[in-house]
Write a protein that binds this ligand. Structure first.
Ligand code: ATP
Ligand code: MG
Length: 1009
């Protein structure tokens, strides 16, 4: 019998759990050491998750960490987005003041964060809702970054099983990007027993679990000895064996259950068996009018403000306090400055479940009415969602519809598209049940559908968007509203395209047909732009006249009607369609025009698109330096717009690619690493991996190349075919297999690519693949394996046929074409045995020299060195030792400078075979000008004075008086790297100071201004 014993309602000390605490401590230590770290804590209700983590949070505070904690609300499902983040921000604002927070953010403004916390004022305007969300997420990330810079931060997200989709998205974003967040530990708590099979948290947990720095912790019940200790702590004395036996048998070590059972005072028979019943029993012992108010409160959510509860119950403050005092004393409710909180969510749930149906509806109506009479009864920004929740729970269809419409607007403001879509769907669901629904919300069903389609697109719910668009088109009379129908069709076409539906072009074409040309309208410009864009991107080429007609009309109409965004988009589309061998200035001026229009309209989206497209086009044209410069400027802009992780990552690819071409591999490596750290979308990641694989291979790091290949392949799995991804993947695989001395596998990679893809449709990525293919054939033919030789011969014929048909557009493709031609001669040359197609050796050497010259012209040192090696090989075979020596020496310098070890070793081997010395002295003795002794302009296209291309670049900045830090900033390298370059330059110039280096550069006229 335990009656009359003064008992504590909960234990003052944490019982057991030392193992779990140390897991959390270790996770924090990891975070403080600069490693990403997150822990997912799951367990059944009442098992002690919150208690464990709050104990840990206390300890962490003691060690100087800042703790940010926020909980998800059950209401989350009703369109109250970002709840835990909102409450974290609110606490922070209380702590630091909104100025304090603003001071931590780029641009010193909290306008983005105002979407989460309306107290921060009006959110920044946005031209593009999709990217606005990326910006918001990035702001949160930057804020955490800044906080964690000052002291370690523990961020706790409680009750994630109730997380709304926006919260889940943001949480996933933060954990994925944790590498950027030194000193931040993220702890996520969820109730494992709530996760039914299709629960939306499940896939997220599974995904996060696969991330290396995420630890998953399943919190189990207390052991029997720990249960004994808990009982002792609660009773204030050791329990007898019999009491412990009963408690342990009944509770199985669930601490909440233990507390509830002990507070019953008796452990005899006849007590309720379930935890829920036990919890309710605790409330039942309260005075009747207290119970009444607790029941009312249960309809208000886990936390109910004082004033709101007063308004709903009709009690004044004193009356309310009097009524609830026993509930607080019995630890059913806790009270703080803002309101009441149920000590445990289960108590609230149990009470709410007990309400009679009519009673529940009535209570929810009262809450809704109170909030609508005075929205200040709930925290800012929540009134609409709370009303929507209460009216819906009250089964009042009319008000449920009206309030859902308002809540949708609120969610849109917070960029919480999934919640917005849920609310719009509810409006549509209730539409037929509410008489004159349109009049009630002042809009038509069609307009709601249109809003829902836009939102579905933003939320990434494309399937749902297509369904909604179908429904919307049924509502429209095309004859009277053709333009409206056209815009719907355009959107549906776009959605279908995202889903990979083949029939999407029909929607775009029909849209263009529906909008009359006269009078000119923005809609006309938009549908034409969409159509032109699509025609241009259709695989397999396009009808240029049709394309141009649409795109040019789009530009003209957009200009006439003042639609700057569409005008800029159409100009960019026009530039894309220019041939790569075409007029550089023409393309650049179209881009400049697009930018000017965008700047006037103050629209950043086309600006970034111009940078992305132009850098890509320039790279395709073989204008690597220009491409790099444009991409670099774009990255800076993307960062400024808060889009480093999305557009910025694409631009990082567009920067790394020309850097790889130019042989500036260290720089490219840094760009790639930095971009990967931001964990950009999958396709971007794939391209970055591929570029780093290319470099690893050229440097002879086959393991790294193989790893990169596997990552690229995994990243592309299940994605739609895109030549820019799949063809370079096939090329990387071919070259890796060759390097691994697996010629048969290399041939397979090429054969598969030829069978699977149509190279003729994409010369830009087709040529490099052909070049790798013919090289594979040549090497396979040298293996003493008859079957392989035969296979290589057949494949070479296929490749030769393809090379004869594929266009070579622009300098880079032409260089590839010459390489393929030379390689094909070799494949049919001496190694393949004499045959009808055999070219005379002099011709083969000339072919390689032509290829080398083309690579030199385009500025790509790696293929240049490779071509020189081949030319030297042929020269040597026909006894031209001097010709071989000069080519080899040049190739050797280039390969050494690149750090291209396999190529270097091929070169030295050939030199050894031909007894050619590669040293500069030998070259001088042969009367050759080497880099070190040459006049600055002796070797066109190559930097003078034995400087590497990068050192030359650094010297230019030194000569212009830049500091190491400025140089680092300008070249996107670290300050340390910059200083290493500077000392190498001083060494090579034989000077001792930057001033002298600058003077030398000026004296030699290296950088005419
Ligand atoms: N190890 C422990 N030592 C002492 N008391 C504990 C321990 N674990 C839990 N408790 C107590 O048990 C009760 C329930 O714990 P808690 O609220 O942490 O459960 P929970 O797992 O967070 O449940 P829910 O999923 O419902 O949020 C609390 O009163 C808590 O103080
Ligand atoms: Mg909890």
């Amino acid at each position: 019998m335990l009656a009359d014993v003064a008992m504590r309602v909960s234990s003052p000390v944490l019982v057991g759990r030392s193992g779990q605490l140390s897991v959390l401590d270790t996770a924090l230590t990891e975070a403080c050491a600069g490693h990403p770290s997150a822990v997912l804590v799951g367990g059944e209700a009442g098992v002690g998750k919150s208690r464990l983590v709050s104990e840990f949070a206390e300890r962490s505070r003691g060690k100087g960490a800042r703790v940010l904690a926020g909980g998800c609300l059950e209401l989350g499902v009703d369109g109250l987005p970002f709840a835990p983040f909102t409450s974290i921000l609110r606490d922070l604002a209380r702590d630091l003041g909104s100025d304090g927070i603003a001071a931590l953010l780029p641009g010193g403004t909290t306008r983005e964060l105002a979407r989460l916390l309306p107290e921060f004022g009006e959110p920044a305007g946005t031209s593009d809702a999709g990217e606005a969300r990326a910006r918001l997420f990035e702001q949160v990330l930057v804020l955490l970054e800044q906080l964690a810079d000052a002291s370690p931060v523990v961020m706790v997200i409680e009750d994630a099983h109730w997380a709304d989709r926006s919260t889940r998205d943001l949480l996933a974003f933060l954990i994925r990007n944790q590498r950027a967040l030194d000193g931040l530990l993220i702890v996520v708590i969820y109730r494992a027993d709530e996760l039914y099979r299709s629960h939306p948290l499940r896939p997220l947990l599974a995904e996060l679990d696969r991330i290396g720095w995420v630890t998953r912790m399943e919190l189990g019940r207390l052991s029997r000895p720990d249960t004994g200790e808990l009982v002792a702590r609660l009773l204030g004395r050791e329990p007898g064996e019999e009491v412990l036996e009963t408690v342990y048998r009944r509770t199985e070590g669930n601490p909440l259950f233990v507390e509830a059972l002990l507070s019953e005072g008796e452990l005899g028979s006849g007590l309720p068996e379930s935890l829920r019943d036990l919890l309710v029993a605790g409330v039942r012992r309260l005075p009747e009018d207290t119970q009444e108010v607790v029941r009312v409160a249960s309809a208000g959510g886990e936390r109910v403000g004082h004033a709101l509860l007063a308004a709903v119950t009709g009690l004044d403050n004193a009356g309310l306090a009097r009524a609830l005092r026993p509930a607080v004393a019995a630890n059913v409710l806790l009270t703080d400055s803002d309101g009441f909180v149920f000590r445990h969510a289960l108590i609230r749930e149990a009470m709410h479940d007990e309400l009679l149906p009519g009673e529940g509806s009535q209570l929810h109506s009262r809450f809704a009415e109170a909030i609508s009479a005075d929205p200040a009864l709930v925290p800012p920004g929540r009134a609409a969602a709370e009303q929507a929740h209460h009216w819906y729970s009250a089964h009042d269809t009319t008000w449920a519809l009206i309030s859902a419409w308002q809540a949708a607007e609120e969610s849109g403001r917070a960029l919480a598209y999934a919640e917005q879509l849920a609310m719009l769907s509810r409006v549509l669901e209730l539409w037929e049940q509410v008489p004159a629904a349109g009049q009630r919300i002042g809009t038509s069903k069609l307009a709601v559908l249109e809003a829902a389609i836009r939102t579905a697109e933003l939320a990434g719910e494309f399937d749902r968007g297509v369904i909604l668009a179908k429904a919307a088109l049924r509502e429209i009379d095309v004859a009277t509203e053709p333009v409206r129908a056209a815009l719907l069709l355009k959107t549906r076409g776009h959605l279908k395209k995202q889903l990979g539906h083949e029939d999407y072009p029909a929607d775009l074409r029909e849209a263009a047909r529906l909008v009359p040309a006269d009078p000119p309208s923005p809609a006309r410009a938009q549908v034409l732009e969409a159509l032109a864009h699509d025609i241009h991107h259709r695989p397999g080429g396009w009808d240029d006249a049709e394309f141009r007609a649409h795109a040019e009309e789009a530009v003209a109409v957009a200009r006439q009607t003042g639609d700057a965004a569409t005008e800029a988009a159409a100009l960019i589309t026009l530039a894309c369609a220019e041939p790569l061998s075409g007029d550089l200035e023409g393309i650049r001026s179209l881009m400049a025009e697009a930018r000017a229009v965008a700047v006037l309209a103050d629209d950043y989206q086309p600006l970034l698109r111009a940078d992305i497209t132009e850098s890509d086009l320039l790279e395709g044209m073989g204008q690597h330096e220009l491409a790099a410069a444009v991409a670099r400027a774009g990255i800076t802009a993307a960062r400024r717009y808060g889009l480093a992780r999305t557009s910025g990552a694409v631009l990082a690819i567009n920067l790394a690619e020309p850097l790889v071409s130019l042989g500036r591999w260290d720089e490219a490596g840094e760009v790639i690493e930095r971009a990967l750290q931001l964990l950009p979308p999958r396709l971007s990641r794939s391209s970055l991996w591929r570029l780093s694989g290319d470099m690893a291979l050229a440097r002879g790091d086959l393991d790294a190349a193989a790893e990169a290949l596997a990552s690229v392949r995994a990243g592309l799995e299940g994605t739609r075919f895109k030549d820019e991804h799949q063809l370079p993947l096939a090329r990387l695989e071919t070259e890796l297999r060759l390097a691994q001395d697996r010629p048969a596998a290399a041939l397979t990679a090429i054969e598969d690519a030829l069978d699977g893809f149509d190279l003729l449709r994409s010369p830009r990525y087709g040529w490099p693949l052909l070049a790798a293919g013919v090289r594979a054939c040549a090497l396979a033919a040298t293996a003493r394996d008859q079957a392989l030789t035969t296979r290589a011969g057949a494949l070479r014929d296929r490749l030769r046929a393809a090379a004869g048909k594929i266009a070579a557009d622009g300098l880079a493709q032409q260089a590839h074409q010459l390489t393929v031609a030379a390689e094909l001669m070799r494949a049919s040359g001496p190694a393949a045995g004499p045959g009808p197609g055999q070219a005379p050796p002099g011709g083969v050497r000339a072919a390689w020299d032509d290829a080398a010259q083309a690579w030199a012209a385009v500025g790509q040192p790696y293929p240049l060195a490779a071509a020189l090696l081949r030319a030297a090989e042929v020269a040597l075979s026909i006894g031209d030792r001097a010709g071989a020596a000069s080519r080899l020496r040049r190739a050797h310098l280039l390969a050494e400078e690149l750090g291209a070890r396999p190529l270097s070793s091929d070169i030295t081997q050939l030199a050894r075979r031909g007894r050619i010395s590669l040293t500069p002295e030998a070259a001088a003795a042969d009367g050759e000008a080497t880099a070190g002794t040459a006049a600055p302009t002796a070797v066109p296209g190559e930097p003078p004075l034995g400087l590497t291309a990068r050192e030359y670049e650094v010297l230019r900045l030194v000569a212009a008086g830049h500091s190491n830090r400025e140089i680092a900033g300008e070249l996107f390298i670290s300050v340390k790297t910059a200083s290493v370059h500077v000392s190498n330059i001083l060494g090579k110039l034989g000077v001792t100071s930057r001033g002298e280096a600058a003077a030398t550069a000026h004296r030699l006229g290296l950088f005419p201004s």
